[in-house]
Ligand binder design. Structure first.
Ligand code: PEP
Ligand code: MG
Length: 566
């Protein structure tokens, strides 16, 4: 058996097709006819963009608009004057187009890879795809043909690039195995969109498997079973049937209200990163957006987005949501989220450092322009502002004062906005949990960010495998923190949501119902599952589970017990 990361759920049973990387080798040479070389480079960009457009059309038909957007993003990156300009500068300094492309792409790949942040690292995968596409054109190398794969194929490759995905015929590919990628990589996003089971980050998968051999891809557990016997094939075929049945059943929850078994209604929102993701939220039957991570508007570019650019993005998201709530989190950079052009200094301890609201309050012009953009967009829908990483009441007050200043500026210019816009706090630090009673007096709502709250409460870095055993929202300390935040909000009569990953965890749901959470914000694919899980519990049943859970002393006792009741 081979192990990796289960990145797209379901079971696939089929035969391996190895997709080998193309060799893109060349000997760098000095060019003398610079104009001709520039024309060759520009021609390759045009062809690359034409190819990409065609691939995007294909993927739009086979998979959907959102997936086509990933490919269209490649055009935006290579057409960006900064990247193209840097490549042309090297050509003007007598480098051949191949080495200029490679060198500048490498610079971007290194920069994005160094962040350690999954989402920024995705940009590195995009740039690799662009580099390979351009080099293939410049070197006249043929593209890999996945579209010829026969029915029952399990694709095995080092990395599944968006351009490769364009060739996938959904009915023929039953599984995907790659050597790289994480749950949030494009490969994973695309595999999930295509509903193809996928196991990523399997070390040496290409060398360990051979074309034609039979394998089972278990996308739930991140396992690849090699040379399966008949008993295994029967077992996994049954699992596959059960999985497909569940997927069909979930569709029964589409269009329904989100309510517990005894009828208490909850808001069920989605987390998004770009305005286009709002389409996913609507398609997934989300009832709004509980977290718009605005840092994505600031990435993939070489300077700050202007107020107008931000306004357009927030307005677009709001219009897509057609009046459904949109909670926009102000810029949350620093820690694991880097934006190179801001020139933030390297810190000894970035997670404890100059980040998020701390950075924004010290860079008031930038912060105010974001707030003004949000306010202007609030004239077009139900928009709310949320501040990340609050640790002290003063930060909330300062942030709110800036909102008032921005309102006064807009009023003076006669620009419309929602006068009563709500301003909430993302409770994701231990401090915010401890002073939740004080914050609840001055915030319009809370949203619990368990991804960070777990790390800050347990003093355990989510990316460090040595302390991974501590990084669980089911530790008694984290659960007490969550319960406290919810209780403080309820005591002061403000809504309280959860937008961290834990909100979608079936074992967490009865606890949240019992503690009194009012809103869940989850990734789009989890919406129907969370609605189904909420519908399973009455308040009395959830209270009984919570009472038992809060009587335990260790995380193991808690998770062992919860596994028996979900
Ligand atoms: C969180 O911290 O729980 C959260 C939702 O925010 P992010 O993952 O963007 O830090
Ligand atoms: Mg966070």
């Amino acid at each position: 058996m081979l192990n990796g990361i289960g990145a797209s759920e379901g079971i696939g049973i089929g035969r391996v097709m190895i997709i080998k990387e193309q060799t893109l080798e060349y000997t760098p040479k000095e060019v003398t006819n610079i104009e001709a070389e520039l024309a060759r480079f520009r021609g390759s960009v045009d062809k690359f963009c034409d190819n990409t457009m065609a691939q995007a059309d294909a993927i739009r038909q086979s998979t959907g608009e959102k997936e086509a957007e990933i490919l269209l993003g490649h055009i935006a990156i290579i057409r960006d004057p900064f990247m193209g300009g840097e490549i042309e500068n090297l050509i003007k300094a007598n480098q051949c187009a191949e080495s200029a492309v490679e060198q500048i792409c490498k610079m971007f790949i290194d920069m994005f890879s160094a962040t350690g942040d999954d989402l920024t690292m995705q940009r590195a995968a995009d740039v690799k795809d662009i580099r390979d596409g351009l080099l293939s054109i410049l070197l006249g190398v043929e593209e890999v043909k996945i579209s010829d794969a026969p029915a029952g194929t399990v694709l095995v490759c080092r990395e599944l690039t968006p351009s490769m995905t364009a060739g996938i015929k959904k009915e023929n590919i039953v599984g995907i195995i790659t050597e790289t990628g994480s749950k949030t990589s494009h490969s994973a996003i695309l595999a999930r969109a295509l509903e193809i089971p996928a196991v990523l980050s399997v070390p040496n998968a290409v060398a360990q498997l051979s074309s034609g051999e039979q394998v089972i891809v278990d996308g739930d557990n991140g396992e690849v079973i090699t040379a399966p016997d008949q008993a295994q094939i029967d077992e996994y075929s049954a699992k596959r049937e059960a999985f497909l049945r569940e997927r069909r059943e979930l569709e029964n929850y589409r269009g329904k209200a989100t309510a517990s078994a005894d009828g208490t209604e909850y808001e069920l929102f989605c987390n998004i990163g770009t305005p286009k993701d709002a389409v996913k939220a609507v398609d997934a039957d989300g009832e709004g957006v509980g977290l718009f991570r605005t840092e994505f508007l600031f990435m993939d570019r070489s300077s700050l987005p202007t107020e107008d650019e931000q306004f357009d993005a927030y307005k677009q998201a709001s219009l897509i949501l057609k009046g459904k709530p949109l909670i926009i989190r102000t810029l949350d950079i620093g820690g694991d989220k880097e934006i190179p052009y801001l020139g933030l200094e390297k810190e000894e301890n970035p997670f404890m450092g100059f980040r998020a609201i701390r950075y924004c309050l010290k860079n008031r012009d930038m912060f105010k322009s974001q707030i003004k953009a949000i306010l202007r967009a609030s004239a077009f829908g139900d928009i709310r502002i949320m501040f990340p990483l609050i640790t002290a009441v003063e930060e909330l007050r300062e942030g709110k004062a800036l909102v008032e200043e921005a309102k006064a500026d807009l009023k003076a210019s006669g620009i419309e906005f929602d006068e009563n816009i709500q301003v909430g706090v993302m409770t994701e630090t231990a401090a915010s949990g401890v002073i939740a009673d004080l914050l609840a007096d001055e915030a319009d709502f809370f949203s619990i960010g368990t991804n960070d709250l777990t790390g800050y409460t347990m003093a355990a870095d989510r990316g460090n495998s040595d302390v991974e055993y501590l990084y669980s929202p089911f530790h008694p300390s984290v659960l007490r923190m969550i319960r406290r935040i919810i209780t403080c909000a309820r005591n002061k009569g403000i809504p309280v949501g959860m937008c961290g990953e834990a909100a979608a965890n079936p074992a967490m749901i009865p606890l949240l119902i019992s503690f009194g959470l009012t809103e869940f914000s989850v990734s789009a694919p989890s919406v129907l599952k969370v609605r189904k899980n909420i519908a399973k519990w009455t308040k009395a049943e959830a209270d009984a589970v919570a009472e038992k859970v809060m009587s335990f002393t260790t995380e193991k006792e808690i998770t062992d017990y919860l596994n028996t009741v979900i």
